[in-house]
Write a protein that binds this ligand. Structure first.
Ligand code: WT7
Length: 650
């Protein structure tokens, strides 16, 4: 980014105060900000006490070896005990923990008492395979209850897990097994995807082929189809786990005992194994879930639509929610199987009250049209969450109106694999929200926006988002590469000691934060920094547009020119003149400098498997060169379609 601050800010006047009834009953009130402000460490100690500790800590934060943090030094706890056993011991064994909904429509409900027995059996099974505390276990699993059981079983015996998204190719699995030095892999025969059976076992086999540290592969039977089998290495879950005792005594581990490694692909280089530990991670995952989702364990039904292969699944399907005694839905499949109303059918069936999903999904629902959710009873919903990308104000409004019935607070939650838990978000019973803004850091969290040289930008300015104080669920490093940890996150603002998040952000006149996407995506047009997010949001604010992706393509005169790829809302055609209408619309919203030079209507956009738009590939198209690495693309045919539509540069 050049020194000149981002010059555009979408003007947004709409404000939404929390409904009075919601505010009156909210788990967390404005008082939390004051408490954290008065004494940040004491505030986190209070939140840590929401958990069960086998031994108390002696020091809240040891930052003497910064940027390597230690939280709750000397404390001991068992993460799985906190997520399962303590609820059973408190008399909630019969409460449903997980309502599992398979894609074909099969379902089963698992109580906390059952979960305790399953996790205990799985812990005993892993022990019987020779797994001891500190050994790494790779998990390559679909969205089924055994995946949650497997993660908790690892946590229970102190074996850090490394979950690898089931749709990743064998190479990705292999590099993660090798980097983590995993001893055991837990996988499944397959899963249901878009009405057919996806094979997982052959990919798992290819992924472990020759992996030197790997000893055993534990296989869950989900689909029952025939799979290749290596009798020396492979063990069926239903044979080994089901035969174990359902009694298991959890051992307390140090607060800084590694809980999991999760690989982020990043933009370049080999994936980084982000390391999270136990006490601080669980404290913040648990507190933020309680505060941001306002979970009432006796009455709410919660659904986070993420995959457990992402950090969202770790923190907001497994550790945060279960530590708070959630009743939640776990769904195996896709939003459009067998029909485009499947999510809303799930909400209606389970009377879901708290829903957490991603902007990419919301924009897809906009494209499909509001008549689809309108067919279902969504009156159980009382709060909506968003994560993964900036949410365009218009997508926010659509979500509020057509899913939330105009009555549900929306929490736009900013965080990262590295932060472990939510960092910036409204509090649903406190914050008057602005569509498109993640608002302010949560109580106990400190963030800022700075210039290139680290000076803090005033209200109304834009720059780099930084986290300027350590937080309990911060990453503890990159597995096996402490230098890369320092270089990637702490070298940019080394002098100030800030964590560099890699995102651009703006502070509006009230000091509220607007996330502008990755710094690498910010465009430079005639000397002006322009955020892709803002131009995309301006496009989505046109009533005919469902989704847009914007890139800066090389231009001899202006440095970069803005090229937009646009998906229309259901029922709209690419009428003649729409192109100019959209350009004029952006120009009016952001100023002529932000007006796209070129607009291309497309049916799909290239996205990663976690739903983020891959602008890098669109840039290749816009600059008329061979399309780069598409291996992390969710659907590789999308690029051919887009490339074939764009007129080549003369
Ligand atoms: C990056 C982190 C956090 C779990 C899922 C993604 C972007 C995430 C928001 C948001 C604007 C967001 C950022 C961030 N991001 N949430 N609410 N508003 N941007 O985890 O894969 O580690 O990605 O996602 O760019 O840096 P991740």
């Amino acid at each position: 980014m050049s020194n000149e601050a981002l010059s555009n800010l979408l003007h947004e006047e709409r404000r939404f105060a929390p409904p009075a009834e919601f505010a009156a009953a909210a788990n967390v009130t404005a008082e939390a900000y004051a408490a954290a402000e008065a004494d940040r460490l004491a505030f986190w100690e209070t939140q840590a006490r929401r958990l069960h500790w086998a031994e108390p800590w002696t020091e809240t934060l040891d930052w003497s070896d910064a940027p390597f943090a230690k939280w709750f030094v000397g404390g001991k706890l068992n993460v799985a005990y906190n997520c399962v056993d303590r609820h059973v011991e408190a008399g909630h064994g019969e409460q449903v923990a997980i309502h599992f909904e398979g894609e074909p429509g099969d379902s089963r409900s698992i109580t906390y008492a059952e979960l305790q027995r399953e996790v205990s059996k799985a812990a005993n099974a892993l022990t019987s395979l020779g797994v001891v505390a500190g050994d790494r276990v790779a998990i390559y699993m679909p969205m089924i209850p055994e995946t949650v059981v497997a993660m908790l079983a690892c946590a229970r015996i102190g074996a850090p897990h490394s979950v690898v998204f089931a749709a990743f190719a064998p190479d990705a699995l292999r590099s993660r097994i090798d980097d983590a030095g995993a001893k055991v892999l837990i996988t499944a025969d397959g899963y249901n995807r878009r009405g057919s059976v996806a094979n997982l076992k052959p990919n798992a086999d290819a992924g472990v082929e020759g992996a030197e540290t790997l000893e055993k592969v534990l296989v869950v039977r989900r689909t029952g189809h025939e799979v290749p089998w290596n009798a020396e290495r492979d063990v069926w879950w239903h044979e080994l786990v089901d035969a174990q005792s359902d009694q298991h005594t959890p051992e307390a581990f140090d607060a800084e005992h590694p809980l999991f490694i999760l690989y982020t692909s990043g933009t370049t280089g080999k994936p980084k194994g982000i390391l999270h530990t136990s006490g601080g991670y669980l404290t913040q995952a648990s507190y933020t879930h309680h505060a941001v989702f306002d979970l009432k364990p006796d009455t709410d039904v919660y659904w986070c639509t993420a995959d457990v292969g992402w950090v969202t699944g770790h923190s907001y399907i497994v550790y945060g929610p279960l530590s708070n005694r959630v009743t939640q839905v776990l769904y195996e499949g896709t939003p459009d199987t067998p029909h485009q109303g499947r999510f809303w059918e799930n909400v209606q069936k389970y009377k879901i009250s708290l829903l957490y999903t991603a902007p990419t999904a919301i924009r897809t629902f906009m494209k499909w049209g509001e008549s689809i959710p309108a067919k279902f009873d969504l009156s159980s919903l009382r709060l909506l969450g968003s994560v993964g990308e900036p949410i365009n104000p218009e997508a926010w409004i659509w979500y509020r109106e057509f899913i939330g019935g105009g009555r549900c607070p929306i929490v736009d939650t900013w965080w990262q694999t590295e932060t472990g838990s939510i960092m910036i978000s409204p509090l649903p019973g406190v914050t008057e929200t602005k569509p498109g803004s993640a608002m302010t850091p949560l109580p106990g969290i400190s963030a800022n926006v700075v210039e290139q040289d680290g000076t803090v930008v005033p209200n109304g300015g834009g720059g780099f988002l930084v986290l300027d104080k350590p937080w309990p669920s911060m990453l503890r490093g990159i597995w096996g590469d402490p230098q890369r940890y320092k270089d990637t996150y702490w070298s940019r603002f080394a002098e100030q000691g800030y964590y560099f998040a890699g995102d651009g952000a703006k502070k509006d006149e009230d000091g509220h934060l607007w996330l502008l996407g990755r710094v690498d995506d910010i465009m430079l047009v005639s000397g002006h920094n322009i955020s892709t997010t803002e131009v995309e949001s301006a496009l989505v604010s046109h009533p005919k547009v469902a989704e847009a992706a914007v890139v800066g393509a090389k231009d001899e005169i202006t440095g970069q020119r803005i090229v937009a790829f646009v998906i229309l809302r259901g029922g709209n055609a690419e009428d003649e003149g729409l192109d100019d209408e959209l350009k004029a619309h952006v120009s009016k919203a952001l100023g002529p400098i932000a007006k796209p030079k070129q607009i291309q209507f497309v049916a799909e956009l290239p996205k990663t498997r976690s739903g983020k738009i891959m602008r890098r590939l669109l840039k290749d198209v816009a600059e008329d060169r061979a399309i780069g690495d598409t291996t992390t693309l969710a659907d590789s045919t999308v690029m051919d379609l887009i490339a074939s539509k764009l007129p080549h540069a003369a």
